[in-house]
Design a protein around this ligand. Structure first.
Ligand code: Q0Z
Length: 297
């Protein structure tokens, strides 16, 4: 994958769509308390990496995350140190405080869909929280629900965690704080997004703590982006069926159309995206950024 040669940094880890580097000091030693978080232009759909990449995706998501960190700064401190980064990743990388990350994926849902909908249909509840009768795919929940999962290794799928499992992992006090903050972040996100034509159905956030044990939870990683959340165009929101995805709908529609020639169930890789699908998808990321922030990308 794209392990870039960044002056002053060494590659440490790559996820599906982001890369982590460690700064190297003048003595050649790794700087132990910082990381460079680089957002790539890679896109996944149906659990496959698409080719070609989506121009500007990494920059749009990085700018959106930074904007959200500001909007959320009265709720929770964040890991951002600086946006002064190497030229090769300018605009799509952030220097951050290296934290001890909690081993829980902190997810909250404000609308019912996906795994939450499956549990509701079976049990009338989501993550053990009882919900009113009559909800359907896309229904707005009375209030955001905390639905944590395990952090599975790359390639594996995360599994739901019960409240008892989260408490065993974090302790009761930290578990309660993670739940409260995750729900508050999604509620604030939707307060802002509601005026701007975007619905944030659910989101995954990551928290860490200072390795020296001082201070409380710190919001890390990316926040309230289309990669970490389900964004829906508000004008198309209609409970009762699966909602179109803000960012990936053109890709999914093309991949599942006869035009692509792809047989998803045959198990082979998807074909190269045509230029018009790449351009429409780039435009959706930019549109989400511009709607939410009110700024031009
Ligand atoms: C984030 C991830 C990947 C990008 C570790 N502030 C932090 N301190 C310590 N660790 C992290 C952070 Cl954000 C951290 N991730 C997820 C994986 C590229 C982000 F490959 N993993």
């Amino acid at each position: 994958m794209s392990t870039l040669d960044l002056p002053g940094y060494t590659h440490v880890y790559s996820g599906k769509v982001r890369d982590l580097y460690a700064p190297v000091g003048p003595d050649g030693e790794v700087v132990p308390d910082q990381l460079l978080l680089v957002a790539s232009n890679r896109l996944s759909a149906y659990d496959w990496m698409m080719s070609p990449e989506i121009p500007d995706k990494g920059a749009v998501l990085t700018r959106l995350s930074l904007w959200w960190f500001d909007q959320l700064s009265d709720l929770v401190p964040n890991h951002v140190v600086s946006t002064d980064v190497p030229e090769a990743v300018a605009g799509r990388a952030v220097l951050v405080r290296k934290l001890d990350m909690l081993r829980v994926e902190a997810i909250a849902r404000a609308y019912l869909t996906g795994g939450g909908l499956e549990e509701y249909r079976e049990k009338g509840s989501v993550s053990g929280v009882p919900l009113p009768d009559g909800l359907v795919d896309g229904s707005k929940l009375p209030e955001p629900v905390f639905t944590p999962t395990t952090k599975a290794p790359v390639g594996e799928h995360d599994l739901p965690m019960s409240p008892a499992e989260v408490e065993a992992e974090l302790g009761a006090d930290v578990a309660a704080e993670v739940s409260r903050l995750t729900r508050a972040i999604l509620a604030r996100g939707n307060e802002i997004a509601a005026d701007r034509g975007v619905v944030i159905a659910d989101t995954k956030v990551e928290f860490g703590v200072s390795p020296d044990g001082s201070g409380g939870l710190v919001l890390a990683d990316e926040v309230l982006t289309p990669d970490s959340s389900r964004f829906w165009p508000a004008e198309l929101w209609e409970p009762g069926h699966p909602q179109p995805s803000y960012d990936k709908q053109f890709v999914r529609d093309w991949l599942t159309s006869s035009e692509s020639g792809w047989d998803r169930k045959a198990g082979g890789p998807p074909p190269e995206l045509p230029a018009h699908v790449v351009e429409q998808t780039r435009a959706k990321y930019v549109e989400a950024y511009e709607r939410l922030t009110g700024e031009t990308f």
